[in-house]
Design a protein around this ligand. Structure first.
Ligand code: UGA
Length: 438
């Protein structure tokens, strides 16, 4: 059955969700407050880089199933279901900033005169949803006819379209059968493909998302701490990770060692969970999360210090080539990018840093320069740093790059380069947690 659905907020979650719901056959209105964004999306053009999104937007804006608007009057009583896909950025104390959610409810609710289901998709601290429902009901003429459900999202940047169309699980935090039935209609297609569903209360739904991100971040910090131990003890952390991963109870996912995690999700979500756990007196959890963070931040400094060692202890006046600016491959997102922390650290110590990334465009900033190719970045470099695991970096020909650089030293911060190929071409390749440096 075709539903009328609004998706409020058109960031990478909102625009992918809106396009995905149109692909499921629904009539969809996306809402944003930025006129240029709405204009672009109505022309079928994404305002962020996300694999496969342009194709889906183009197809469904053309078919008329997907439209975007600035005006809440277009959607308020039109939609059967309203999805809230707003950001919850970090406040200075580490807690989640809910102001976009509050502002949206304040704009939408006074226009809701008919019963409707509002579904939160943002990542929020436990206990947020009931307060939002109270706010909605207080402000909406439809009053108690407005029901809130919570459906956390598990989209990975770079794979958000696939994760929307073929989710590995759906979590429905609901308070009534009516809400559950509506969500089952929204997701009739993935449900017909036997996607597992977890139905739960609002608090559990809120927690599942933060727990998932925190657990994945913990795996990354665990393997990075093991990399430190391998470095000292002489083991090989990648072999260790492969062996751990073959244990079905552990799994190989998010066990790749290297520069650690960054981006717009893990860092802020784990800190927000730590703050909430502290507020609720569950300090054992916040202590665990703080250790995860300490290990993660230390990886960046460790790598930058290793680069300084490799150029003889003083990086001032040296040219450093940085391969990768995005926080991970497959995205142009540079929020809390580990690569940029390293670049900043070295620049602050006098290095001349040139950065190349296949997708990310850095805003003009003091310090380092962004260049348009690997060749430009590595020319005359005293050291090359491989910091974002873009596939194209894996296929670089070390023999071709060798004559361009001043010193054939490369630190593989993502442990993805084929060490023998680089070493055979005369390079000194260094990986934290793997011995055999030349
Ligand atoms: C993450 C989660 O994976 C999604 O399930 C979740 O929906 C999303 O956050 C969100 O909260 O919206 P994302 O931030 O796109 O998705 O990226 P990941 O692929 O999980 O990677 C996060 C960071 O960890 C990256 O910096 C990546 O380089 C790093 N990473 C990942 C590692 O260092 N090692 C690994 O083994 C995996």
């Amino acid at each position: 059955m075709t539903l009328r659905i609004s998706v409020i907020g058109t960031g990478y979650l909102g625009s992918t969700l809106a396009a995905g719901l149109a692909e499921f056959g629904h009539e969809v209105f996306g809402v944003d407050v930025v006129p240029e964004v709405v204009k672009k999306l109505n022309a079928g053009q994404p305002h962020i880089f996300e694999n496969g999104l342009e194709h889906l937007l183009e197809q469904h804006t053309r078919s008329g199933r997907l439209r975007f608007t600035l005006d809440y009057d277009d959607i308020a009583d039109w939609a059967d279901v309203h999805f809230l896909a707003l950001g919850t950025p970090e406040l200075p104390d580490g807690s989640a900033d809910l102001s976009q959610l509050h502002a949206t409810i304040d704009a939408l609710a006074p226009k809701l005169t008919k019963p409707a289901l509002v579904v939160g998709r943002s990542t929020v601290p436990v206990g947020t949803a009931p307060a939002l429902q109270e706010r909605l009901r207080r402000l909406a003429p439809a009053g108690d006819g407005i029901e809130l459900a919570w459906q956390p999202e598990f989209l990975r940047e770079g794979f958000a379209v696939g994760d929307t169309l073929r989710p590995d699980r759906l979590v429905f935090g609901v308070q009534s059968d009516h809400a559950l039935r509506l969500l089952e209609q929204v997701y009739a297609i993935p449900l017909s493909e036997e996607t597992p569903v977890i139905t739960c209360d609002l608090a559990t739904a809120e927690l599942i998302k933060q727990a998932a991100n925190t657990f994945l971040a913990t795996k990354i910090s665990f393997i990075n701490a093991m990399a430190q131990l391998c470095q000292v003890a002489g083991g090989d952390v990648t072999v260790l990770a492969d062996a751990l991963g073959l244990d079905a109870r552990i799994g190989r996912g998010h066990l790749s060692p290297g520069l650690g995690f960054g981006g717009g999700c893990f860092p802020k979500d784990i800190r927000a969970l730590a703050v909430r756990a502290d507020e609720l007196g569950v300090n054992v959890l916040s202590d665990l999360i703080k250790s995860v963070e300490v290990i993660n931040s230390a990886q960046r400094i460790e790598l930058a210090e290793l680069a300084i060692d490799q150029v003889g202890g003083d990086v001032a006046g040296k040219k450093v080539a940085v391969l990768g600016a995005a926080f991970k491959e497959g995205t142009d997102d540079t929020r809390d990018s580990p690569s940029l922390t390293v670049a900043d650290y070295l620049h602050d110590r006098g290095a001349f840093v040139e950065v190349y990334d296949p997708q990310a465009h850095l805003a003009p900033r003091d310090g380092f320069t962004q260049v348009g190719s690997v060749t430009e970045a590595v020319r005359d470099a005293d050291i090359v740093l491989h910091l974002t695991a873009w596939p194209e970096f894996r296929y670089l020909d070390p023999a071709e790059l060798a004559p361009l650089v001043k010193s054939k030293i490369i630190i593989d911060g993502r442990l993805k380069l084929h060490a023998p190929t680089w070493r055979d071409a005369g390079w000194k390749l260094v990986q934290i947690g793997r011995a055999a440096t030349l």
